[in-house]
Design a protein around this ligand. Structure first.
Ligand code: PMP
Length: 424
């Protein structure tokens, strides 16, 4: 090695400022307005940062008008904001083109759109749709309704006793009759990260299309739809620090182009006569009526916010906090944690011996600790686990170890209240 090379100072890799949830929390006004709040229900809906709240208000103040139809400057500006939001979503998911992004009300509507537009066009009686035992009702019921309508079959891929998708069993279910696999990316009850890359490979090898439900993944992991290779990907804006009422259906261009329209109305047509209507190309063909313009603008701001923190950093933060919570809770007598498989992020479900989860959540509320108790819209998973309900704590970018400490203290307090542990 030359002396020159030896003398060159080592170049430190670029470092991102350490993730500081306390600093992040200061950007969320709900915590200043509700001092003492321990918010552990982010999986149901995330709180909103100032940049989203203020940005939305500013959009309404400065740029608001209906989109696409106006020739005047304000409408053109509003349209530009709306379409820029579509570009932003495409970039965030690494979609090949913005035309692959359909704005919908949320993940639920995205899944229903696929079920009702793609389903009848491409499925015939006897075809099979595979879901997993981990699914939220919104990734079960639309398929069940479709099966009743078309005579297709719903096939359920099991989880193993540790709570992970049983990949071997899943692979064994795939046949030439499998037309679609609809699966969650991160499970909303357990926080388990499903190996969706492998799911997509196996499903495609069997000739099936794949829809991934990214509701709990998009706020917590970097998502690259091209790398995943999925055909459809859905998520909700309100779970990733954006407004309610907006969500995204991503579909590969070729798949979207082949789909007939879903709802009819303004904005999705090219020409209308009483005899016949011709339709716009995707994505406008799937967006009948005035869209949630402000919702899309707010969602783009939320994606900017998450990218500002760094999706890798968010994943690391949430995974570390989840590990910490699982370890802290499992150290408590009488507490059982629901298995999530090898990797989990952002969510932990648990039971406390002798206490119904609803009672637990009510007692927690007296300590200002907000958790969710119930079946979490996953009754088939509850059946599989042999439970009626769980208590679920879930995290966001503003959550930290103090929240976990408050959770642990609340469990102890509930146990003491019911005489389940000594009062010491
Ligand atoms: N899928 C998963 C995994 C979810 O967690 C949720 C929300 N709890 C949904 C779908 C439905 O989302 P939304 O109600 O926003 O449509």
């Amino acid at each position: 090695m030359s002396a020159l090379l030896q003398e060159r100072p080592a170049v430190a890799p670029p470092t991102r400022a350490a993730f500081d949830p306390k600093a992040v929390r200061r950007q969320f006004p709900v915590f200043a307005r509700n001092p003492g709040l321990v918010f552990l229900d982010t999986a149901a809906s995330a709180q909103k940062p100032d940049c989203v709240i203020d940005g939305l208000a500013e959009y309404y103040r400065a740029d608001y008008a209906n989109v696409h139809r106006g020739v005047y400057g304000l409408s053109a500006r509003s349209t530009a904001r709306f379409e820029a939001a579509r570009d932003r979503v495409a970039q965030f998911l690494n979609a090949a083109d913005a035309s692959e992004i359909v704005f919908v009300r949320g993940a639920t509507e995205g899944i229903n759109l696929v079920a009702q537009a793609w389903g009848p066009a491409f499925l015939k009686p006897g075809d099979q749709i595979v879901v997993s035992e981990l699914e939220h009702h919104s990734n079960i019921v639309p398929w069940q309704m479709l099966c009743h309508r078309l005579g297709t079959e719903l096939v359920v891929a099991p989880i193993d006793d540790g709570g992970a998708l049983d990949l071997a069993a899943f692979a064994g279910l795939l046949t030439s009759r499998t037309r679609l696999v609809a699966m969650t990316h991160v499970a909303n009850v357990t926080g388990g990260v499903v190996p969706v890359e492998r799911v997509v490979q196996l499903a495609h090898a069997a000739g099936a299309k794949v829809l991934l439900d990214g509701c709990q993944a998009v706020p917590r992991l970097p998502v690259d739809v091209q790398a995943l290779g999925c055909d459809f990907y859905v998520f909700s804006g309100h779970k990733c620090y954006g407004p309610t009422g907006i969500g995204v259906l991503y579909a590969r261009r070729a798949v979207l182009d082949a789909m007939p329209p879903w709802q009819g109305g303004g904005d999705m047509i090219r020409t209308v006569t009483f005899a016949e209507t011709t339709y716009q190309d995707a994505p406008q063909r799937f967006e009948a009526g005035t869209p949630d313009i402000a919702g899309a603008v707010g969602l783009a701001l939320a994606l900017d916010f998450m990218d500002g923190l760094g999706m890798d950093a968010i994943r690391e933060h949430e995974a570390a906090l989840t590990r910490h919570a699982r370890s802290a809770l499992s150290g408590l007598p009488g507490v059982t944690i629901v298995g999530a498989g090898a990797e989990s992020v952002g969510v932990v479900s648990f039971e406390v011996d002798g206490l119904h989860p609803h009672d637990l959540a009510t007692i927690f509320d007296q300590h200002d600790v907000a958790i969710r108790a119930g079946h979490h819209c996953a009754q088939p998973l509850m059946d599989r686990l042999g439970l009626v309900a769980t208590a679920r704590a879930s995290f966001g970018v503003y959550s930290d170890e103090d929240d976990v400490a408050a959770l642990v203290a609340a469990v102890r307090a509930a146990q003491r209240l019911f005489g389940l542990v000594s009062a010491r």
